[in-house]
Design a protein around this ligand. Structure first.
Ligand code: DON
Length: 329
């Protein structure tokens, strides 16, 4: 029998970090499942999963990482990235800003200087982005979005019809926002078309494993890590990560940047996706939300993982561009 090669594996590092993060949050029962969209209230409050996907195509997971839930506001980051590619940054900038608002996700406040939504991560900005996609792709916009999201996840995703119907029936505040966008010329298509796309994109089913892979696709500059499918445009990924860093966690975004320090996006379905540039996608799923609308266990688990691995963008172990390092040596 040939002598066995010694196994060089970092698998245990990821697995034990996930286990530790999961344990720190398992008994955290704080928060409540979203019920303002009636269909969302059917989620099992105890579900809890964490996943890490690497840019080399590996995935590590613990808990309920194969349970489907709707992507909700996490779709806003990926849709913004597609709008930048399809319509170009100038047109996008003429409809939506990139300024953190400090407001809740469903705020009706626009930037008083521009009469535009503050950023694409609040509902107003995301509906403007859906309008841009509809303006450029028409009735094909949702299929286009589905295809790219699926490429990023590495498998075909599907629409949760029940959540879509529930959103469309009850989204009166979003309808008000869409009409204000039209009045302010931040929307160039009928409000119902932008809203329908927005409600659909929020109702795409994903698992925590899917979200981790989608995050890893961003970390990998837009190319899916296992299938090598190009899902997103390189320059658009950079811009999207910047907006996720400053605006992705709503009125908790400042605390998140301070404590966790990676671009991220949350959704009221209970998911959070985080991106460690050029390295990892991280995802959590637990549907109990804190008062800001972020998954309570998810926020705690990300704190644990960032501390364990030193993921914060300004951690002392992150030394930045090797080009600059070579110049200042
Ligand atoms: O606009 C809405 O109400 C939802 N479809 C999306 C909201 C969402 O996920 C906000 N996130 N925390």
């Amino acid at each position: 029998m040939a002598p066995q090669e010694p196994v060089q594996s970092n698998d245990n590092e990821f697995e034990s970090a996930l286990e530790r993060a999961w344990q720190t949050q398992h008994d955290n029962h704080a928060g409540a499942v979203a019920d303002y969209i009636p269909e969302l209230s059917k989620a099992n409050p105890d579900d809890f999963g964490l996943a890490i996907a690497t840019v080399t195509g590996k995935i590590y997971a613990i808990g309920d990482t194969e349970i489907p839930f709707t992507i909700q506001s996490i779709s806003k980051a990926f849709a913004f990235c597609l709008a930048l590619e399809v319509a170009g940054p100038e047109l996008v900038a003429s409809r939506v800003g990139v300024e953190p608002s400090g407001d809740p996700f469903n705020s009706i406040m626009f930037d008083p200087g521009t009469n535009r939504p503050f950023n694409p991560m609040v509902n107003a900005g995301a509906i403007a982005v859906a309008g841009i996609l509809y303006e450029h792709l028409g009735a094909d916009a949702f299929d286009f979005m589905m295809e790219r999201f699926s490429d990023a996840a590495g498998r075909p995703l599907s629409l949760n019809q029940a959540v879509y119907r529930s959103e469309a029936e009850t989204g009166h505040r979003n309808r008000a926002i869409a009409h204000l966008l039209l009045a302010n010329e931040a929307l160039a298509v009928p409000p119902d078309d932008a809203l329908d796309l927005y409600f659909r994109q929020c109702s795409i089913n994903v698992t925590a494993s899917d979200l981790a892979r989608m995050g890893a696709t961003f970390a990998n500059m837009g190319t899916a890590t296992d299938t090598k499918m190009p899902a997103f445009d390189l320059a658009a990924v950079r811009s999207t990560l910047a907006v996720m860093f400053t605006c992705g966690m709503y009125d908790y975004a400042g605390h998140w940047a301070f404590d966790v320090g990676i671009p991220a996006k949350s959704g009221v379905g209970g998911g959070i996706v985080g991106v460690v540039n050029r390295q990892l996608g991280i995802a959590s799923y637990s549907p109990r939300l804190d008062p800001k609308g972020n998954s309570a266990r998810g926020v705690g688990a990300f704190h644990s993982l960032t501390d364990h691995f030193g993921l914060h963008a300004f951690d002392c172990t992150n030394i930045g561009s090797s080009f600059i390092s070579s110049l200042i040596r």
